[in-house]
Design a protein around this ligand. Structure first.
Ligand code: FE
Length: 444
């Protein structure tokens, strides 16, 4: 049994709203029954005798959410970022993604690869929640869910659906994809702790109309959310158009099957190239956009209009999209998002104007996306306001320091850009400590 009531003391950082980052130095955040009670300068009378973990001069941040990551691609992260010659993005699937993912039909291989993934995810400086793509294999997907649950993580895992346009034997029949998905939902909706199933058609080109229709009905019937990819690349959008000439935009290919946030919440990765029609549709639907800046840059795809989306009321969080990117760090996704938004501004609004008004993501904005923006997909997750789930990470910047006494705001930025494996001290998910740097020599 773990402690149900305690406080952490340190430099508490959070962004309950998009434009403002709060630093609470030498203050307390209280956890009670897995939820936050709030941030306090002094312990309130009724909590004055609770156990206090003193992390003075360390940073305490809300856990971050990685809302788009492919667990079976973790093994080849950092490869294929630049393919040779005249190869196209699709070749990345041919050379790396499909051959690797097809190996997860072997449970021994899945066990090795997913053990490594979960172990490393738990140790990240950032992630307490994740929305994770698995493969088409039901048993390996359940193995991943069990490992994540046993490690104390929270979030969603999706068994992929692919019943066309794949290779290497890595494809199901339509009948199989429907049958296996329904069985998997029934087997995993209870009993895997805080790891829940999410319906995951890989994307429109790999799923027939018949399977999409069945998946949409399953989402409604079992009240299971949906995730997929949307408007990532220009060539992909043309491909979808050629497959479904009757639709008004790519998003329609999900919306027509109730998988774009009508009956259940929907999580769509990328949305780099929404048409005006698609953008208006997203504003009306319960969709969260997973902004994956590193992946979009590696694919030479473009930069999502994150600031516009947030201002227009579209929900946005951050994804690493491993192995479209090379790291599970959501802090790296934050700094990538900031840098990508600056380049987007340079080549659009600024357009050579020396005194153009600056319009790109701030640290506060990016921290909000990493915590609150993605966190809302999992419930009340992403800050330490009262009744939010207590996901927290304690960060130690001792070995990043120089010889000047710098303010907490500067030190925090330095952590974002320079964190490494020892920066994390402790991680809590739903009030339970799941990692302690000085206790765990990590073997899950
Ligand atoms: Fe992806």
């Amino acid at each position: 049994m773990f402690e149900t009531k305690y406080a952490l003391k340190g430099i508490i950082v959070q962004t309950p709203v998009f434009d403002k980052i709060e630093f609470h130095e030498n203050e307390y955040v209280i956890c009670e029954d897995g939820k936050s009670v709030g941030i306090f300068k002094e312990l309130p009378e009724e909590y004055k005798d609770i156990k206090v973990y003193d992390y003075s001069d360390k940073f305490i941040i809300p856990g971050m959410s990685d809302i788009h990551v492919h667990a079976p691609q973790y093994g080849f992260r950092g490869m294929g970022m630049l393919l040779d010659g005249d190869s196209e993005w699709e070749t990345w699937f041919e050379r790396y993604s499909f051959p690797e993912e097809s190996k997860f039909c072997d449970l021994n291989y899945a066990n090795l690869a997913y053990s490594r993934f979960v172990n490393d995810l738990v140790k990240t400086t950032t992630t307490t929640r994740a929305a994770i793509f698995a493969t088409i294999h039901r048993e390996a997907t359940e193995l991943l869910m069990r490992k994540l649950a046993d490690a104390g993580m929270a979030g969603y895992v999706g068994k992929l659906n692919m019943d066309r346009n794949s290779h290497y034997g890595y494809q199901e029949t339509t009948e199989e994809t429907i049958r296996e998905t329904e069985r998997w939902i029934n087997e995993t909706s209870e009993g895997y702790g805080s790891i829940k199933p999410i319906i995951t058609p890989r994307y429109t080109p790999t799923c027939t109309d018949e399977s999409m229709e069945a998946l949409g009905k399953m989402a409604t019937k079992y009240n299971v959310p949906v995730m997929s990819h949307l408007s990532e690349g220009l060539d992909e959008i043309e491909w979808v158009k050629s497959m479904k000439p009757e639709i008004s935009c790519y998003g329609d290919a999900y919306d027509m099957y109730d998988m774009l946030g009508t009956t259940v919440p929907s999580l769509m990765a990328h949305v780099v190239h929404p048409t005006d029609i698609e953008y208006e549709l997203l504003k009306k639907r319960n969709v969260t956009v997973a902004h994956c800046p590193a992946s979009n840059m590696n694919a030479a795809g473009g930069v999502c209009r994150v600031l516009d989306m947030v201002r227009d009321g579209i929900k946005v969080g951050l994804g690493t999209d491993v192995a479209g990117s090379c790291t599970l760090s959501v802090m790296r996704a934050m700094t990538d998002a900031i840098q990508a938004s600056k380049l987007r501004w340079v080549f659009t609004e600024r357009n050579g104007e020396p005194f153009a008004k600056k319009h790109f993501l701030s640290v506060a904005n990016a921290f909000y996306l990493a915590t609150m923006g993605g966190g809302q997909f999992f419930g009340k997750v992403g800050c330490f306001e009262k009744d939010y789930e207590f996901d927290a990470v304690v960060l130690d910047d001792e070995d990043l320091k120089d010889f000047i006494d710098r303010p907490a705001t500067d030190r925090f930025q330095r952590i974002l850009w320079n964190h490494h494996a020892r920066t994390i001290m402790v991680k809590y998910v739903q009030g339970k400590k799941i990692y302690d740097r000085d206790r765990d020599q990590q073997n899950y």
